[in-house]
Design a protein around this ligand. Sequence first.
Ligand SMILES: [Fe+2]
Length: 157
Amino acid sequence: MTADMTIYEEMQSGDIATFRQRLTDALPDVGAEVLNDSHMGLLSIFFSFQRTMDTLRQGTPTSEDWEKIGYDLEALSQLIENHFKQEEEMMESCGHGYVTAHKAEHNVFTRKVKGYCAAIESHDVKKIFGLKYDLFEMFMHHITVTDMKYKDDIKRA
Ligand SMILES: [Fe+2]
């Protein structure tokens, strides 16, 4: 992946299994195993989204396709809600100094997921593709940059 490539371009440019492995390997240790595990769980849901997107791209989505993507989104929403709550509690209890800014980023992410829900309800394929890559890039950036800021505080706790 070159520095000026988006995740979307990278995804289009090569072997998908290699790309997924690279993303899995790119998930950093944020200092707490429970948070590392939920980051991995979230990434798995994104991969499942990706498979659904490939199906959507191949033709007119069936009601089963919409059901599957709705199911993935529900799983993502639930996991994100639980994960953010746990992460915020852990940051607060270890005295991390950037909880407010971090929570604000979580809120932006949650709003984007809600936008995604609305696009699925209205069967808006174009918007769903856009949101998917947007969310995915934000997800990777959040973990590799923002979450890493609490690593030392959480490890010390
Ligand atoms: Fe976070």
